[in-house]
Ligand binder design. Sequence first.
Ligand code: SME
Length: 151
Amino acid sequence: MTFEELKPKVIDILHHDYTLRDEKLLQVCHLLKDNIDYYDWVGFYFRNGDKEELLLGPYAGEPTDHTVIPFGKGICGQVAVSNKNFVVPDVTTQDNYIACSITVKSEVVVPLFVDGKNIGQIDIDSNVLDAFSELDERFLEFVNEQVAKLF
Ligand code: SME
């Protein structure tokens, strides 16, 4: 499915009246993972209150041990500090990287802003090398802008 086809489906999920926020986020994770062939793990991490750490939120894909990530650690922890998208075409080139699965070859993390504050992020892992382009970044920014309205 194309990004343009997925966008209204994301909005539909998020606008559902009687669904809890985490359930909506879980459905978005599955929508993306199931319909974009190179998205092999899709998940949200959120800042743990005022602590400088991220907690794993809803996700689709293999369970990960990395349910708590300190700010600054790994790709996710770096995005928590930089407030900027991080595209990793080849994870083997990164020193500050937390491997969730040996099959992962590339990754993209896009921060999630609510009222200008970085409250978390969406994280995508791919088993394909150099899987992500600027189109993925724009699409994931769109997803996060929609998700932000739930907070
Ligand atoms: N690879 C991430 C950790 C999260 S997993 O990909 C699910 C990182 O380096 O922060």
